[in-house]
Design a protein around this ligand. Structure first.
Ligand SMILES: *Cc1c(COP(=O)(O)O)cnc(C)c1O
Ligand SMILES: [Zn+2]
Length: 421
């Protein structure tokens, strides 16, 4: 029982069946899944959802699948954490972290999109799965394919974090590192997708894959007690997540399940910010950029869905800002010290931008703010190891310890770890 009406071109509105189509034959625009909301509203309610298992499939009727899920039964429904100590530091009152660094099994928001892409991909008859990845997507494709028993191929830029490559390799995919940046990888993957009959989750399965990102929005609304946040801040790479969280919020409004309206904000690293730069120029034209940032998981210089990020940000009266590498590292440290959450640079970018938006007065201190933390610092440990110098090695002897400790107490020093030096 599916509520999908079909696919529709986001540019010219042409309709397609929900099959292997992924690009408009008239205008080459991307295709979007559309649903029968009247029928959905009669079949489903927040009360019914509330009784279901705590994974992303609790919103199954709002996802583009027909049968039972083949992946993601332990993915999604990540914590929404009231961030009291962080709020104090930022001078606000109602701050929440949507913590996808705790997603299962690969600790980033990519577990959501891959769960839906594999399930729909199998329904469409794909047997081998692949992706173009900056690292986290590769981890998710490799892990979910291992669990479901499918072969996978991961295509990455050659210079991503070694920890992420290891994080994919453990699941036994074929990994190809290409001598180029993400945009070069993506271009080759489109050609391979056409030449071989593989399901590239973020290329030819993209209309279904992107729908998986809505589940982050559904969860936030449900976890706030079926309310929308006043302010939602998310990072942007290829531009999947932000428009789909926005779509989720609008779907819940259409269904009449939520109170309130929302503003949505995009965060990018200063060294790769084609969307934010277009926003600041007040332009619809996204100029591709060559990435130079330590936030590698969001280093996409030519974002496929960038225009839709701009559209959602503007329609909701939101905004966007950038963060420098230094600000990103500071924000990672801040989140760790105040909330005990270790995020990767994508999360640091989002938090650093949130802080800026508050300082600019765009976000009022007493309104509800949700910061999307999309990835885990443990996935990119090599970004930090060189920087951690603030610990002490001692011989295992009480007297030696005592001398060291007394000296410490006598000269208190910063306890920050990870971003010093
Ligand atoms: C992929 C990714 C994003 C953003 O992605 P979009 O391509 O814009 O959906 C953000 N954070 C992390 C950690 C990611 O892996
Ligand atoms: Zn079209």
């Amino acid at each position: 029982m599916s509520f999908v009406k079909g696919l529709q071109c986001k540019e010219c509105g042409e309709n397609y069946p929900a099959d292997r189509s992924y690009i408009c034959l008239n205008c080459f625009g991307p295709l979007e899944v559309i649903y029968d909301y009247d029928r959905l509203a009669r079949a489903l309610s927040p009360e019914v959802i509330g009784k279901r298992d705590r994974n992303l499939w609790r919103y199954k009727e709002l996802l583009p699948v027909e049968g039972e899920p083949v992946a993601g039964l332990t993915s999604g429904y990540t914590p929404l954490i009231k961030a009291v100590r962080l709020a104090q530091e930022l001078g606000v009152k109602n701050l929440y972290i949507k913590d996808d660094s705790a997603n299962h099994p690969t600790y980033s928001y990519k577990d959501r999109v891959v769960s839906v892409a594999l399930t729909r991909g199998r329904e469409l008859g794909y047997e081998v799965f692949a992706c173009a990845s900056t690292g986290n997507l590769g981890n998710a494709v490799a892990a979910h394919c291992a669990k479901a028993g499918y072969a996978s191929l991961i295509f990455i830029p050659h210079d991503i974090e070694q920890a992420k490559i290891t994080g994919s390799l453990i699941f036994g995919p074929r990994i190809v590192a290409l001598q180029g940046n993400y945009d070069d990888v993506n271009r080759l993957c489109s050609e391979i997708g056409d030449a071989y009959g593989w399901g590239f989750v973020n290329v030819n399965l993209r209309p279904y894959y992107t729908e998986g990102a809505k589940t982050m929005g559904f969860e936030i609304a449900e976890q706030l007690g079926w309310r929308l946040p006043d302010h939602m801040i998310l990072p942007t790479a290829g531009g999947t997540l932000l428009p789909k969280v926005s779509k989720a919020f609008r779907e819940l409004q259409t269904l009449g399940w939520v109170k309130g309206s929302y503003r949505i904000y995009t965060a990018q690293a200063e060294g790769c910010a084609p969307v934010v730069h277009a926003l600041h120029r007040n332009s619809n034209q996204i100029e591709p950029e060559k990435p130079h940032t330590l936030a590698k998981s969001i280093a996409i210089g030519n974002p496929a869905d960038g225009p839709y990020v701009l559209r959602e940000v503007r329609n909701s009266n939101g905004w966007g800002e950038t963060a420098s590498d230094e600000e990103i590292l500071e924000a990672i440290d801040l989140l760790a010290r105040t909330e005990g959450i270790f995020t990767e640079p994508a999360g640091g970018t989002t938090l650093a931008v949130t802080r800026k938006l508050i300082q600019q007065g765009r976000i009022a201190p007493d309104e509800t703010i949700v910061v999307g933390i999309t990835g885990n610092g443990y996935n990119v440990l090599d970004t930090f190891t060189a920087r951690v110098s603030l610990y002490t090695v001692l011989r295992p002897n009480l007297k030696i310890f005592r001398e060291w400790y007394e000296a410490q107490v006598a000269t208190p020093q910063a306890t920050t770890a990870g971003t010093a030096g």
